[in-house]
Ligand binder design. Structure first.
Ligand SMILES: [Zn+2]
Length: 200
């Protein structure tokens, strides 16, 4: 009886926590909606999953967003995002790029975190690792791709002192690397601070 009462208490308190969180819904797509209006191979589609994530945004409130990601990376992403929430590392928003009509640039200008997009690497004819859902860009406007002579997007500036910025000593980079992801901030040719990928 005592354990039953205890269980009721625990269930109730869990419910209370959920209600008090006042989650702000940044998006609520179905899988089909999240991959709509885009021409890409069926074989890629079968490998994708829509994942719901929670995070603190810059208004200090908990938000709910969604990521379209390769099915083999779902576990990793859930793990990383639960840590992001626990550490209260600010994520602006996480909305599938269909919202930006599949424009990587518009998504970056919106500082939007995303994964799948069937697109080429900017300025090339090579498919990006985002095209298989095996790469994530986090807070891209705060963490642009920095070349020797320019930044992409061009209006963004990388300032490691700003909240939401990704640096080598951040828990996020360490945790991602621990589970086999690479960070674009360590690339030689350009520093893609927003970018994490796991190809196998
Ligand atoms: Zn990327």
């Amino acid at each position: 009886m005592l354990s039953f009462l205890l269980l009721c208490f625990m269930l109730n308190s869990n419910n209370l926590i959920t209600q008090n969180e006042n989650v702000i819904i940044d998006c609520n797509y179905t899988f089909e909606e999240a991959i709509s209006n885009l021409d890409f191979p069926d074989v890629t589609k079968y490998d994708l999953k829509l994942v719901t994530v929670l995070y603190y945004s810059f208004d200090d409130k908990i938000h709910q967003g969604q990521l379209v990601i390769h099915k083999n990376l779902v576990k990793d992403v859930i793990k990383i995002f639960s840590l992001i929430k626990e550490k209260k590392f600010k994520i602006s928003k996480v909305v599938p790029i269909v919202f930006y009509n599949w424009s990587d640039e518009k998504s970056m200008l919106g500082n939007n975190t995303s994964a799948f997009n069937y697109r080429f690497i900017a300025g090339t004819k090579r498919l990006s690792n985002h095209a298989t859902g095996r790469a994530i860009d986090i807070n891209p406007f705060l963490n642009p791709q920095v070349f020797k002579d320019r930044t992409y997007p061009s209006t963004a500036k990388y300032n490691p002192k700003k909240e939401g910025t990704i640096t080598a000593d951040l828990f996020l980079v360490k945790e991602f690397k621990k589970i086999g992801w690479a960070w674009g901030g360590e690339w030689e040719s350009s520093k893609d601070y927003q970018h994490f990928e796991k190809l196998k």
